[in-house]
Design a protein. Structure first.
Length: 596
């Protein structure tokens, strides 16, 4: 239910006493305890077992004049469940019960919230008849969505046995035909297609299929956050994993060692490349599927979140014909996408661009892309040697993982090539000491590396957003983190804002700043939709070259880079939060304070 007014809460308490669900003296004692522990009285009533959540929900519904339904033992027909899509049902904790007088009957936790009911009605395009129900009741019905798919997948076991028996008694040709048809039309294939389609439609970057002792759990990483989407019977694990292995051209009888593969599916009219990683775990085989959807990814620097000084420094580096541009960040932080964007920025018919990738994530017209294949000896190092004999102007190495690859990349930059690559470090400044750790001589690093980039991904605020004034803690964090970057006077505001890449920024030292948050909806869970980058970019100047020659630490390099105008990832995030692109909470989640 939505937050109750004081008057409504008092009426509910009186009704509970009137219905003899709790005695007045016990209610008074609980009030004192709730005040002492700063706990809601209704939460205390339920947690201590004085009344059930079902009894509380029914009483609140009675007081607020909302019809109530008990879903404790409800079994909803699958055709009725189909009237309300599962993702909307889960987002609004609302489940369909049937149809009545051309209206869809739904049960909701928040049944007296007129705004939520109107939004849900508009979303599905139908008038609603709303009942109140407890959270436990709603969740029991939500599980029936999953049970429907789970049952369909469990049925595949029996169908497999029947198909195999049929194949044994038929001719070889007929058996081949039956098996082919079974693979294409089986419930397992349909279920896998449904999982992939759900993930693609919700902009998921990864799907995790995780075996547990008695079931399998399926989660999707949407906008960088993992969310459970369903649980399936344990009996479906073997056929589901086998189906994925078949599509990925992997060994279906190998269960002891990890396997990697890939395949492509067509969803909503466009191709999505899938990278498959299968690993043996305690309860079976875990499958992680990475979805690479070119159509949903912008390869324009501005749209990815590059602004102001960072954008200017990158474009200046791209004008050189040699040297290295290196990107750092953890797995899944968008490093490869940044590399592709750099290539897209300079690509033309006058230069030869060759890439060496593991795997080739996005295929780009006019670029010679090579797929690493360790099985046949095509490693980053051996591939890079071959590339340098192909007269390239620009070389992209997917990742520098070892000394040999690092040495060859440096040599390529020294001999007149522009080299792009990535490393795994926590910050841009950490790239240079990392190369030192790999055994690259300081003078070679100083003379070849031109620009380094550190990055993270944060969730964007959705299309519908609302403003609010920052509280004391948020205001203090803004003043501490980016106070020196904000304009001091109205006269300097325009120039300073444009330098940082924004139309306008607030003046520094305010007691409150205007921030933004998204409105939670099925299209924007938690108020977020899509992601953008936080970046820190600096050039290797003569001062930083001297630090490299002295084998200085990353913190010493970071300090000088900041003195020379580098915006850190955390500062970049706070500026984007003030501009309404993301939230402070999201920036704090991915950009640690020590990077500021």
């Amino acid at each position: 239910m939505s937050v109750l007014s004081a008057d409504t809460q008092k009426q509910v308490e009186q009704q509970l006493v009137k219905n003899k669900l709790i005695a007045q003296d016990m209610l008074d004692q609980l009030h004192k305890k709730a005040e002492k522990e700063h706990t809601p009285i209704f939460g205390l009533l339920v947690s201590e077992g004085h009344i059930s959540n079902e009894q509380l929900t029914k009483t609140i519904a009675h007081v607020t004049n909302v019809p109530y339904v008990n879903l404790s033992n409800a079994r909803i027909d699958p055709d009725v469940l189909a009237l309300l899509p599962q993702d909307i049902a889960e987002r609004y904790m609302a489940v369909p019960l049937g149809e009545m007088q051309h209206r869809l009957v739904v049960a909701m936790i928040d049944a007296d919230n007129v705004q939520a009911v109107d939004f849900l009605s508009n979303k599905i395009g139908r008038p609603l008849k709303v009942y109140a129900a407890s959270e436990e009741g709603i969740r029991r019905v939500l599980k029936q969505y999953k049970a429907k798919l789970g049952k369909e997948m469990a049925d595949v076991i029996e169908q497999q046995e029947a198909a195999e028996a049929s194949a044994e008694t038929a001719s070889d040709k007929a058996a081949d035909k039956n098996i082919t048809e079974f693979v294409q039309d089986s419930p397992i294939s349909k279920a896998l297609s449904a999982i992939l389609e759900y993930a693609a439609n919700n902009r998921a970057s990864d799907i995790h299929i995780e075996p547990l002792e008695n079931e399998i759990k399926i989660r999707a990483r949407i906008d960088g956050v993992l969310r459970e989407i369903m649980r399936l019977p344990k009996s479906t694990e073997a056929p589901l994993v086998s189906r994925i292995k078949i599509l990925s051209n992997l060994k279906i009888d190998e269960h002891r060692i990890p396997q990697d593969g890939q395949f492509t599916v067509k969803i909503a009219g466009h191709d999505i490349d899938l990278r498959i990683a299968i690993s043996p775990v305690v309860w079976g085989e875990q499958v992680v599927i990475r979805l690479l959807d070119k159509s949903g990814t912008s390869l324009k620097l501005e749209e990815m979140g590059y602004r102001g000084r960072s954008l200017q420094r990158i474009r200046a580096a791209l004008k050189h014909s040699n040297g290295m541009v290196l990107t750092s960040g953890p797995t899944g932080s968008g490093k490869s996408t940044s590399m592709y964007a750099l290539i897209q920025e300079i690509k033309n018919d006058e230069i030869n661009i060759v890439t060496l990738e593991d795997p080739v994530e996005y295929k780009i017209q006019g670029v010679n892309q090579i797929q690493v294949n360790n099985g046949v000896g095509l490693t980053f190092a051996s591939g890079l040697r071959s590339i340098l004999r192909q007269d390239p102007d620009v070389v992209m190495v997917g990742e520098i993982r070892d000394k040999e690859t690092a040495t060859l990349a440096v040599q390529a930059a020294l001999t007149g090539h522009l080299v792009f690559s990535t490393l795994h470090t926590n910050s841009a400044a950490g790239i240079l000491p990392r190369l030192l750790d790999m055994g690259i001589e300081p003078f070679l690093i100083a003379s070849t590396v031109r620009t380094v980039i550190g990055q993270r991904l944060v969730r964007r605020i959705g299309d519908e957003r609302e403003s609010y004034e920052s509280d004391k803690t948020e205001t203090e964090a803004i003043n501490t983190t980016i106070g020196s970057l904000l304009p001091e006077t109205e006269a300097s505001s325009k120039k300073q804002s444009e330098e940082l890449g924004y139309k306008t920024l607030p003046l520094r030292g305010q007691t409150a700043y205007t921030l933004y948050k998204g409105k939670d909806s099925p299209d924007a869970p938690g108020g977020y939709k899509g992601r953008m980058g936080l970046y820190e970019v600096f050039d290797v100047t003569s001062e930083i070259q001297e630090l490299i020659l002295k084998r200085s630490t990353s913190s010493e390099i970071q300090k000088v880079a900041r003195e020379q105008g580098m915006i850190t990832m955390r500062e970049d995030g706070y500026l984007k939060a003030l501009a309404g692109d993301t939230t402070l909470a999201e920036v704090n989640r991915v950009a640690a304070a020590d990077s500021a």
